[in-house]
Design a protein around this ligand. Structure first.
Ligand SMILES: [Fe+2]
Length: 529
């Protein structure tokens, strides 16, 4: 429904109750109360201080997002505890001369005055521009894009993947280039969008303590969204997001926290964290968390070229077990018996079955697992024995990884590619067929992206090949940056982009290394020098 002219963006609860409380009905009410238009919003400051975003593109639609928060670091974002209506416009052009959709959406205090608009009747493979209006205020304009139709033969997709943006450690400088790259059609965020801790390094966390309550998580998300480059990257492209641990609590596994707290303490905190996450992301209303449950895993298709399986490796996983055992206790593979237990799960049965079904039936050229923690093994024991890190990644969930790998082989899943965050390092790993034979022919390829800012400007910086005990690992590097992927039917190319510094608000990115995977042949090859 189109709405034109000045109208009151403020809808009292009483008015809504009078109309049965349905917002669809209230859109008409907004038009009807237009003669009571407020000349100025009921607060000072920019209501769109957190910018705009879009995400979860389908061939016919996309989700548009904003949040009214003139004072993001204050409780309630500086908004009154009232109900508002916000207008939106969608146009074919960035000058908004050809507006194709207008409407209004609700902003309620129970949802931190976040606004989401779900468009479901757009054209496939199409660029759109959008903006929000509240009183006399107009938001920055965003650009977004729908996916191609499922059956379309897509010749190319360029997307960026990112992870781990610790606000105190530096500016989110790598997003400057992500935002400016007009050929990028989507951004995939693999988690650690916020950090929950009390950190104070280069910048200062708000509040300056670990966060627990819904208000805490909202303020933290609000603070992160004040970063200008993060805002610019959201404005420029549609995003697909998933979380890792720090959106809630470091290294959590389902409701198990370290140090241990009873589930009745962990559950309401997780509910707060998940709720604030949903409020701040361009995710569909149907995904709104139910208490401490949030079905975040989902799937996206870009024509026949690529399918993204966006995974949640936190909410359903078994608790981590100590990966350290005495040499006498180690199995012949070097793994401790505990991590090999058959019943350990990273994904939970339901999500795993959902993924297995897809891997058996997909017809996409490239099949992506967009997920959190390192998938391929990494022997980090410098001696002759093998050792496998903290147990937080897939080396702590060996049996379930084996199920996925065996299934990919058995079902001949076309070109499985794993993209991963979490480690704050760039890695290229050919995924071996099991946890023993690292030099066997790979069954998948893993690209792990470094952090946007977490760790700051590390010194010394290094780029190395881990060596003989990890023959399947082609590169490790500790610069900050992001990964730019170019997909064609014949080739997947991952270019690792490193930023000069995250301690300056603006800094150039340059190419660190480029690796390619050829259709039909798992494993990466270095491109160029
Ligand atoms: Fe991280």
């Amino acid at each position: 429904m189109g709405i034109t002219g000045d109208w009151d963006q403020r809808i009292s609860r009483r008015t809504l109750l009078k109309t049965g409380g349905s917002f669809a009905a209230s859109v008409t009410v907004i038009g009807a109360v237009g003669t009571r238009a407020f000349a100025t919003p009921p607060f000072t400051g920019n209501p769109f201080a957190l910018g705009v975003a879009s995400g979860d593109p389908t061939p016919n639609g996309v989700v548009l997002w904003t949040r009214l928060a003139p004072e993001p670091l204050l409780p309630g974002g500086g908004m009154k505890n009232e109900f508002y209506g916000v207008r939106y416009e969608v146009a074919e052009d960035d000058g908004f001369n050809n507006i194709i959709r207008r409407g209004a959406a609700e902003a309620v205090p129970e949802e931190a005055h976040s606004v989401r608009v779900e468009l479901d009747d757009l054209d496939p493979a199409h660029e759109y521009h959008y903006r929000f209006k509240f009183g006399p205020e107009i938001s920055p304009a965003g650009r977004t894009r729908t996916a191609p139709a499922r059956a379309d033969q897509v010749g190319e997709l360029v997307f960026a993947f990112v992870s781990c943006q610790n606000f105190p450690d530096g500016y989110f400088t790598p997003y400057e280039e992500v935002a400016d790259s007009e050929d990028i059609h989507a951004v995939v965020h693999l988690g650690d969008y916020i950090y929950e801790g009390p950190s104070q390094t280069f910048r200062k966390h708000e509040p300056l303590r670990e966060i627990f309550s819904l208000e805490d998580y909202r303020i933290r998300h609000g603070q992160y969204k004040t970063d200008v480059h993060l805002q610019a990257a959201h404005r420029a492209h549609p995003w697909l997001v998933t979380w890792d641990d720090h959106e809630f609590k470091n290294n959590y596994a389902d409701l198990d926290l370290d140090p241990d707290v009873p589930p009745e303490v962990a559950a309401p905190r997780r509910a707060a964290a998940y709720r604030a996450y949903w409020e701040h992301m361009p995710l569909r209303r149907a995904r709104k968390p139910q208490g401490a449950s949030f079905q975040l895993y989902r799937r996206f298709h870009w024509g026949d070229l690529v399918t993204f399986n966006v995974l949640d490796g936190r909410q359903y996983r078994s608790d981590q077990v100590a990966p350290v055992c005495t040499p006498a206790q180690r199995t012949p593979s070097g793994y401790c018996p505990g991590v090999l237990a058959a019943d350990r799960t990273m994904l939970g049965a339901e999500q795993r079955d959902w993924l297995l079904e897809e891997l058996a039936t997909t017809t996409a050229r490239w099949n992506v697992l967009a997920q959190q923690t390192a998938f391929a093994p990494f022997d980090n024991d410098p001696g002759p024995l093998r050792g496998f890190g903290t147990g937080d990644n897939w080396d702590g969930y060996v049996a379930e990884r084996q199920i996925l790998l065996d299934w990919m082989v058995q079902k001949r899943t076309p070109n499985p590619i794993v993209i991963t965050g979490d480690s704050h390092n760039n890695w290229v790993r050919n995924v071996p067929p099991d946890h023993v034979n690292f030099d066997a022919a790979p069954v998948a390829t893993e690209f792990m992206g470094t952090s946007i800012s977490t760790g700051g400007d590390e010194t010394p910086r290094f780029t190395r090949v881990p060596g003989a005990q990890n023959p399947h690992i082609l590169m490790r590097n500790n610069d900050r940056g992001y990964v730019r992927c170019t997909l064609t039917p014949d080739t997947w190319t991952s270019e690792f982009r490193k930023v000069e510094t995250v301690l300056q608000p603006s800094a150039p990115c340059s190419s660190l290394a480029t690796f390619a995977v050829t259709n039909g042949s798992a494993g990466a090859q270095r491109v160029g020098v």
